[in-house]
Write a protein that binds this ligand. Structure first.
Ligand SMILES: [Cu+2]
Length: 319
């Protein structure tokens, strides 16, 4: 009960007084990806599968201090300066070419779980170097990608070098839905007096002991404006640590795609670290809803909830 009160307080705290559109909320439309500064950009199945059958991506490894929200900064290791790295979208059967250019001070590489290929292609490559992986993607799904750097790979992933790669099915159109990417990951370091986490603590890394957990590399999130009856599809990737217990407060997952398997009417779905799943849920009635990791509810005050507002600007959908 207290948790639900907390969720209510959190989601409603993102709303302005009265009936105005919540500040920072996404625009409402019936289909397509949510667009907000704090969610990875998503083109979606239709545009991706209609595009060229060869997809080229460039990922630049850079050491960047990123804003996490709530006054916290983190000196991260990044792909393209972002946490998580950019979402790589491809369509089943596409030839994918991923180039890594290393602008950082140590060696980095790339392992995408969407690829069936020799791991020797994953690098690493030294500072100022570059490498390219090329392969046809043949399996649809939401996949993790991450740095591959030999025995120190875990430290590199936990310093920020990870992201989502979506491979859309080519011949099975997905139902129209509001879509978003959800990459869950941790930060392994303590804040100094200025709010800066100056780097990754190897002791915390080894213990799988994050100081903070994040959705999409942020502690603060836009509220997603939806309407009753909307279908929402989340491409979930769990960087870890621990199984992500994906649950949407206020509803039941309509369909979960885990590899080629489909499950229906699931209250909470476990996504292991290093894996992904596509979860779909319908907004049942006017009100507020929240996507959480049910095993990380202790992090709710630090932003571990994605809020969906179906009130039409009016709390509980009432005038
Ligand atoms: Cu690395």
């Amino acid at each position: 009960m207290r948790i639900h009160m907390l969720l209510g307080g959190l989601v409603l705290s993102t709303m302005t007084a009265g009936c105005a559109t919540p500040e920072g909320a996404t625009s409402s439309s019936n289909r397509g990806p949510f667009v907000a500064p704090d969610v990875p950009v998503l083109a979606g199945q239709t545009a991706t599968c209609a595009g060229p059958r060869e997809k080229s991506f460039t990922l630049e490894t850079r050491e960047v201090t990123v804003e996490l929200g709530m006054g916290v900064k983190f000196s991260a290791w990044t792909y393209n300066g972002k946490l998580p790295g950019p979402t790589l979208e491809a369509c089943e059967g596409d030839r994918v070419k991923i180039t890594i250019t290393n602008h950082a001070g140590t060696s980095h590489g790339l392992d995408s779980h969407a690829l069936r290929t020799d791991t020797m292609h994953f690098g690493p490559v030294g500072p100022n170097g570059s490498m390219t992986i090329e392969k046809t993607v043949d399996t649809p799904g939401a996949f993790m990608y991450h740095c591959a750097s030999g025995p120190v790979t875990d430290l590199h992933i936990k310093s920020g070098l990870s992201g989502a790669m979506i491979v859309y099915p080519r011949n099975q159109p997905l139902r129209p839905a509001r879509e978003l990417v959800v990459v869950e990951s941790g930060v392994y370091g303590d804040r100094d007096a200025t709010g800066l986490i100056p780097g990754t603590d190897p002791v915390r890394v080894q213990k799988n002991d994050p100081s903070l957990m994040m959705f999409n590399g942020r502690l603060e999130h836009s509220t997603f404006t939806v309407a009753p009856g909307d279908l929402v599809r989340a491409y979930v990737v769990n960087v870890g640590p621990g199984v992500s217990a994906i649950h949407v407060m206020g509803t039941i997952l309509d369909t979960v795609h885990d590899g080629a398997s489909q499950l229906h009417d699931v209250q909470t779905f476990g996504v292991p670290p290093g894996s992904g799943a596509i979860v779909e849920f319908k907004i049942p009635e006017p009100g507020m809803y929240g996507l959480v990791d049910h095993d990380r509810l202790s992090y709710l005050p630090f932003g571990m909830v994605l809020s969906f507002d179906a009130t039409g600007g009016h709390p509980h959908g009432t005038m």
